[in-house]
Ligand binder design. Structure first.
Ligand SMILES: Cc1ncc(C[n+]2csc(CCOP(=O)(O)OP(=O)(O)O)c2C)c(N)n1
Length: 362
């Protein structure tokens, strides 16, 4: 019913909670007990605090390039929260909240951004694929896994995360097409954060919404307020139900905003106005849920402060561990590209060793 009521061609956005944290669609509000709501809230705060620390560490030269998540916490936590342990998550690279929600170890996540590939190696029972940097390429993996699950009659669904920019890639069209034809249990979760690096969404596609792209591939698409954790939760739940009951794939467009830079190597002031960022800050997904919880008497100022402090200290501890244990031998980059090193790689490694000698590091 939800997907029929929110036809993407009408550009109507699905929302349950407004900017003030008020419930505007009480009939659609999920019936979740306080402890579950607090768990969701805590995951969003953990994402925010982890992100803040990562930016700080990167600026101090202690972490490599980092892709911030600020502003996208509700989209990530609300969607990943719906999945069960047996389901799969196929991420791009800006899904910290979803990672944490699915139980990935924060130490591993920091390790990855620290430049250590072992950060990608999660325990077998945490069904998350590694970070995928080549835009949209992972959508094919998501469809493949979902198709395999369908053929093997396993009750598993696959959620894949990507940005608005990814929908301009051929891989997006191919994956959506395959999923539509074979009715795979795939949830295509687009975080429309309005930018692909410096390219605004409007220059990226002539399609008025991302959600409407679903129509061409024969699946429902829905435009959801990405900063409203309840709307995200409900839309994803409906998509998961469709997947589990053999009704096939769904496209969700989570309409949100990338408050931070694309990565720590980017300067967004060169391509967007500060006023726009300030407007979006007023729609902050964490503030919105906090207002709701406080109004409902489920969270006090004191408890809120404690949560933030606890989350910040968890992030700090995880990073301390990574700094103490996460260093790799840079030579490994040359040594393990192929089974045997090629002459070119040998030459490059020698040059690198000379460079280290020059700096007095060997
Ligand atoms: C195939 C490919 N082309 C270009 C790039 C360089 N690149 C890295 S991130 C990015 C923008 C991605 O935008 P979007 O899909 O909207 O995701 P967001 O970064 O906003 O989360 C680009 C073009 C890449 N990683 N892969």
């Amino acid at each position: 019913m939800l997907f029929e009521n929110y036809n993407p061609m009408e550009k109507k956005m699905f929302q349950i909670m407004n900017q003030e944290g008020e419930i505007i669609e009480p009939d659609l509000m999920p019936n979740l007990p306080r402890e579950v709501l607090i768990k969701m809230y805590r995951l969003m705060v953990q994402t925010r605090e982890t992100d803040k620390k990562a930016l700080l560490y990167q600026r101090q030269g202690r972490m490599l390039t980092y892709a911030p998540n600020i502003g996208q916490e509700a989209a990530q936590v609300g969607s990943a929260f719906v999945l069960e342990k047996k389901d799969w998550m196929v991420p791009a690279f800006r899904e910290l909240g979803a990672w944490l929600t699915r139980g990935a170890d924060l130490k591993k996540i920091y390790l990855y951004w620290y430049g250590n590939e072992f950060g990608s190696q999660l325990p077998e029972d945490i069904r998350i694929l590694p970070v995928s940097i080549p835009i949209a390429s992972h959508l094919q993996h998501a469809v493949g896994i979902a198709w395999a699950a369908k053929l093997q009659k396993k009750d598993e669904v696959v959620i894949t995360y990507f940005g608005d920019g990814a929908t301009s890639q051929g891989d997006f069209a191919e994956s959506m097409n395959w999923a539509g034809v074979y009715q795979t249990p795939t949830i295509f979760f687009c975080q429309n954060n309005q930018f692909a690096i410096s390219v605004p969404r409007a220059s990226q596609t002539a399609s008025e919404t991302i959600a409407q792209k679903a129509i061409a591939f024969g699946m429902p698409g829905i435009l959801v307020d990405g900063n409203d954790i309840f709307a995200i939760y409900v839309a994803t739940m409906e998509a998961v139900k469709r997947g589990r009951s053999g009704e096939g794939p769904t496209l969700i467009e989570a309409y949100t905003y990338r408050i931070g830079a694309h990565t720590t190597s980017d300067d967004p002031t060169r391509y967007r106005k500060n006023e726009e960022v300030e407007e979006w800050k007023k729609k902050d997904p964490i503030d919105r849920m906090r207002k709701y919880l406080m109004r409902e008497g489920m969270l006090t100022e004191e408890e809120d402060k404690t949560i933030a402090l606890e989350c910040a200290s968890i992030a700090e501890e995880a990073f301390k561990y990574v700094e103490a244990n996460g260093d790799i031998a840079l030579e490994d980059i040359f040594k393990y590209q192929y089974k045997e090193m090629t002459p070119q790689l040998k030459e490059q490694m020698e040059e690198y060793q000379q460079f280290l000698k020059g700096r007095g590091e060997v």
